[in-house]
Design a protein around this ligand. Structure first.
Ligand SMILES: NC(=O)C1=CN([C@@H]2O[C@H](COP(=O)(O)OP(=O)(O)OC[C@H]3O[C@@H](n4cnc5c(N)ncnc54)[C@H](OP(=O)(O)O)[C@@H]3O)[C@@H](O)[C@H]2O)[C@@H](O)CC1
Ligand SMILES: Nc1ncnc2c1ncn2[C@@H]1O[C@H](COP(=O)(O)OP(=O)(O)O)[C@@H](O)[C@H]1O
Ligand SMILES: [K+]
Length: 527
């Protein structure tokens, strides 16, 4: 498991460690680790020139010392001090070490906030670098880049290797605010532990490859803010049948999915459950999907009966008034009203009206989350004044405080909105995307990024429901079922894609070999 810690927790742990150590020890360790990574990258690429961008905080201090090490190792080394920091505004001992090592020091001229006032040539210095160290800001950074920093970042050559020191500058270190205006790093070298921005959707793209340097600050006993399951976690969590098991004890999954309008969803969901090794599937649907499921998943039993968990909603048509479909919708509502674990997706989300007492995983994409929050009145945003809009024909008499949540708002703050739905429903919320978030009240958020972008294809979500349903039926808690399901779904997709196009059915068929190999990996892992 990869664990990231909140900025407050990092500062507290570092302060506690510093209290026991001579001043500057942690920065010296950070800078040495950073310089070693940078030297390895330069050597791999045959590069000779390194430039550090230096801001006024300790992140700039790390960078000054690291560039000093690289100059001592024989690289052509320079630093550009930001106009807003200047010679007097950067880490003094770091600057002295850099100068003593022969680093060429440039100070960017001009007013920090006025791009028209930049007459100097420091951008040309940056453009010459084979490797750039971004030491503008780290965990003390605010989202976005000031113009004096943005100008230098824009000058970086496309072929240069960009290492963000600790956190890519311009990111919100806590990973909440967006990343439009950040350094887009090839690699981030962070110290002690990952930070939330490294794992969350708002920061992950700008972070690049993440390398963690040990600076001797222990984090094992510090509660994480964000977690990510890795391949090595699968064997410990995946339900493997024991000799005493039978198909019932392993877990029967009831699937209420597919419709005359969207029959394929039933095939994808049940196929995924069968591939994930469910004990048994009971399928509830209308004529066309029943025929398809019979054909594609002969293992499935059609009709209601005892189950250990439900998968409700993929391809479910909640608008229809066809008799057959009404019976299916009744089964879906009964499943949601039951005290059994359930994963609820797509059409099933339209049937969610609040809290369920049983273990529940809701799996919306951004659009479904916006719709659900608007309907459940989570739209009364706690941070903004609610707009008063008309409610029905007698609106003039009955104004209500209601503001629809938009998809753009969800995309701008996916974690905040997923948390809001988890608060409103008490459920585990899995928000789909290139980084999939799993939010459960009282647990560290899990952020899984295992899938290729090819997975953004119709039906992929139906497959995910089948996997998560299988894990719930086997008795996993919602937080683990959702995050483990997302991991295995992503790995299956990655293997089925092999770098090329993907269809959802291939992802479903990729689950069995993916789980087999992940379990084998666990058996061969040391310890
Ligand atoms: N704690 C420890 O023990 C250890 C800490 N370590 C290191 O210290 C780092 C934290 O250092 P920190 O607290 O000094 O803050 P830091 O990240 O340099 O940011 C402040 C500077 O950024 C600037 N700035 C901010 N936003 C900006 C923007 N949008 N655009 C442009 N500039 C912006 C801001 O400028 P200002 O706005 O104040 O003028 C100020 O100059 C941490 O990430 C790690 O690298 C390691 O040495 C290991 C031991
Ligand atoms: N850009 C992306 N990169 C990787 N995976 C993605 C991306 N966009 C979406 N996904 C994944 O693809 C799946 C799409 O599911 P969903 O939107 O429910 O599709 P459908 O409803 O058609 O089944 C989810 O697992 C989601 O996490
Ligand atoms: K940085």
């Amino acid at each position: 498991m990869i664990r990231a810690h909140s900025i407050d927790a990092v500062r507290a742990a570092e302060a506690a460690a510093m209290a026991e150590l001579p001043e500057g020890t942690l920065m010296a360790r950070a800078a040495l680790g950073l310089a070693e990574v940078a030297a390895a990258r330069l050597s791999d690429a045959g590069g000779t020139t390194v430039v550090g961008l230096v801001g006024g905080g300790d992140n700039g201090g790390d960078t000054l010392y690291a560039v000093a090490h690289l100059a001592e190792a024989g690289y052509a080394a320079a630093v550009v001090l930001l106009a807003s920091s200047g010679r007097d505004g950067v880490h003094p001992a770091g600057l002295a070490a850099a100068e003593a090592a022969g680093v060429v020091v440039h100070v960017a001229a001009g007013a920090p906030r006025d791009p028209d006032s930049y007459p100097d040539s420091t951008a040309d210095v940056v453009a010459e670098a084979d490797l750039v160290l971004d030491g503008i800001a780290g965990i003390g950074g605010r989202p976005g880049l000031r113009p004096d920093a943005a100008r230098l970042v824009d000058a970086i050559d496309d072929d240069a290797w960009v290492i963000a020191v600790d956190v890519a500058s311009g990111l919100d270190p806590a990973g909440q605010a967006g990343e439009d205006d950040a350094v887009w790093a090839d690699e981030t070298v962070t110290f002690g532990t990952p930070k939330p921005a490294h794992l969350l959707p708002a920061g992950e793209g700008a972070t690049g490859v993440l390398t963690v340097v040990d600076i001797g600050v222990p984090f094992d006993d510090v509660p994480a803010a964000v977690e990510r399951l890795t391949w090595d976690d699968v064997a410990a969590l995946w339900p493997v049948p024991r000799a005493s098991d039978d198909k019932y004890s392993r877990g029967v999954l009831g699937v209420v999915a597919g419709s005359e309008a969207y029959p394929g969803a039933a095939v994808l969901c049940t196929t995924a459950a069968a591939e994930a090794g469910v004990g048994m599937i009971r399928y509830v649907g209308t004529r066309t999907p029943v025929g398809l499921v019979h054909h594609a998943v002969p293992e499935a039993v059609v009709g209601e009966g005892r189950v250990q968990a439900w998968a409700v909603g993929p391809g479910l048509d909640t608008e229809t008034d066809h008799d057959d479909a009404r019976a299916q919708l009744d089964a879906a509502r009964a499943a949601l009203a039951s005290d059994l674990p359930a994963v609820v997706d797509a059409g099933g989300l339209d049937l969610v009206n609040g809290r369920r007492d049983a273990p529940t995983v809701l799996t919306p994409h951004a659009g479904e989350l916006a719709r659900l929050l608007s309907r459940l009145d989570g739209s009364t945003d706690r941070t903004k004044p609610a707009e008063t809009v008309a409610a029905g024909s007698d609106a003039a008499e009955r104004p209500v405080d209601r503001r629809a949540v938009t998809v753009d708002e969800v995309k701008a703050d996916p974690l905040g909105h997923a948390r809001l739905l988890a608060d409103l429903t008490g459920a585990t919320v899995l928000l789909k995307g290139s980084t999939t978030l799993v939010v459960t009240d009282g647990r560290a958020v899990r952020a899984q990024a295992d899938a290729p972008t090819w997975l953004a294809t119709a039906g992929a979500g139906d497959v995910l429901s089948g996997v998560i349903g299988t894990l719930l039926a086997a008795g996993l808690a919602p937080h683990d079922a959702a995050s483990l399901g997302a991991l295995v779904h992503g790995v299956a997709a990655d293997r089925a894609s092999g770098g090329g196009p993907l269809r959802a059915l291939a992802v479903a068929h990729g689950i069995r070999p993916a789980v087999r190999d992940l379990l084998a990996r666990g058996r061969s892992a040391p310890g």
